[in-house]
Design a protein around this ligand. Structure first.
Ligand code: SAH
Ligand code: SF4
Length: 391
């Protein structure tokens, strides 16, 4: 294949507004909600205030029932209930790991499913959300990469994952009470299924809702978007979202990165590093997280560690070492603990934080790169059981 051939996106985007039936208010930006309210007869002069009120009910108090929105007139509430819905994707299963990690299987329109993982830690609680069903990219170590992309998630489906987790954690404040300072769901990482920068607008709109100070109100410093390296969208992420950035770096030569993260053929390491150098300046973020999956004998040598330090020189960075999570048929093995420790030490000596990511929720198949595959396996084995039973 021509190394410079464009990577096409076979993406089906479903419209926000379904042609029939009531419109969902979830996922609309403030401007879109305003337009929707005006379209159903709200006076233009009042529309901004109404958006503020409804927004607070939905995203601050977690209210889904229009009749409970007591600062709106009865008639107005009735009109809203007839015209709109406040609808989240459906939770199909919820699993809780021995270590407290929670995994939700969530069904979206069209019957597709995505997984969402909540990881509690002592000082924070992180929600790992998905941006696409499957992925157009084909990173060779990632199970999601072996699955065909089905479609981009809508903004409603992306912010819906956050709202589902807040429901389950029972974290919406009682209307009228003060919000807790410490939160169970304090951080969001876009590290589930899919490449968020190939679904830019929907990811941006959903994260703007998550950051809106009158709603869920998470600081942009507590949201991390992970990309495989979609270079042209990186500057836009800084300008239009301004969240923290993580990049799936994973290799220190173009030769190896081409094999691990094929998007490297389109935007090689030097182009990626140029974009990353600019990111903290434009977004005002502190540092870039370099994700580095540890693959035995592939990218884990001392030379790799030294090369990595050289490459990222001058970029405020943290290096997150991820022990490879194996999946059936994977063409790689996880590096040994000793190798990972040695690699980490070299990086640490050079002055960078180099935490080794602890696999969480392994007993419920919630670790990085294992999402969805588990569900598919479960499905398959159920089908096999049925077949064996002659059903
Ligand atoms: N598509 C985005 C975000 C999702 S993947 C991206 O590639 O950055 C989140 C992280 O998990 C990425 O760094 C990815 O490279 C890593 N990952 C994927 N499969 C993995 C596996 N089997 N073991 C460990 N990490 C994996
Ligand atoms: Fe897609 Fe990220 Fe997996 Fe690559 S690592 S296939 S970009 S989800």
């Amino acid at each position: 294949m021509d190394a410079k051939a464009p990577i096409t996106q076979d993406v089906l985007t479903i419209p926000r507004k379904l042609p029939e039936g009531p419109q969902n208010l979830i996922g609309l930006s403030r401007d879109q909600m305003r337009d929707a309210l005006i379209a159903v007869g709200t006076a233009e002069k009042q529309a901004k205030m109404r958006v503020g009120q409804i927004w607070q009910w939905i995203y601050h108090w977690g209210v889904r029932d229009f009749s409970a929105m007591t600062n709106l007139s009865k008639d107005y509430r009735a009109m809203l209930a007839e015209t709109f819905v406040i609808a989240l994707p459906e939770v199909v299963t919820r699993q809780v790991s021995d270590d407290g990690t929670r995994k939700y299987l969530v069904r979206i329109a069209g019957g597709h499913e995505v997984e969402v993982v909540y990881i509690p830690e002592t000082d924070r609680g992180t929600l790992c959300i998905s941006s696409q069903v499957g992925c157009t990219l084909t990173c060779s170590f990632c199970h999601t990469g072996t699955q065909k992309l089905v479609r981009n998630l809508t903004a409603a489906e992306i912010i819906g994952q956050v709202m589902i987790a807040r429901d389950d954690l029972d974290e919406w404040p009682e209307p009228g009470t003060r919000t807790e300072d410490t939160r169970l769901l304090s951080n969001i990482v876009l590290m589930g299924m899919g490449e968020p920068l190939y679904n830019f607008e929907n990811v941006r709109d959903a994260m703007k809702i998550a950051m809106d100070p009158e709603g869920i109100s998470l600081s942009r410093r507590r949201i991390t978007l992970s990309t495989s390296g979609v270079v042209p969208e990186i500057a836009r992420t800084a300008q239009e979202i301004g969240c923290q950035l993580a990049v799936s770096f994973h290799a220190t030569t173009n030769d190896v990165r081409d094999r691990l993260v094929p998007i490297n053929k389109r935007w090689p390491i030097s182009d990626l590093l140029d974009a990353l150098r600019e990111y903290p300046k434009v977004s005002n973020s502190e540092r870039i997280t370099f994700e580095y999956v540890m693959l035995d004998g592939v990218n884990d040598s001392d030379e790799d560690a030294h090369r990595l330090i050289k490459l990222i020189e001058g970029i405020p960075a943290k290096i997150n070492l991820i022990p490879f999570n194996e999946w059936p048929g994977a063409p790689y093995k996880r590096s040994s603990n000793n190798r990972i420790r040695k690699f980490s030490e070299i990086i640490y000596q050079a002055g960078y934080a180099s935490p080794v990511r602890k696999p969480r929720g392994e007993d419920i198949m919630a670790a990085c790169g294992q999402l969805k595959s588990a569900t598919e396996r479960a499905r398959k084995s159920k089908a096999q059981i049925a077949q064996e039973a002659g059903l």
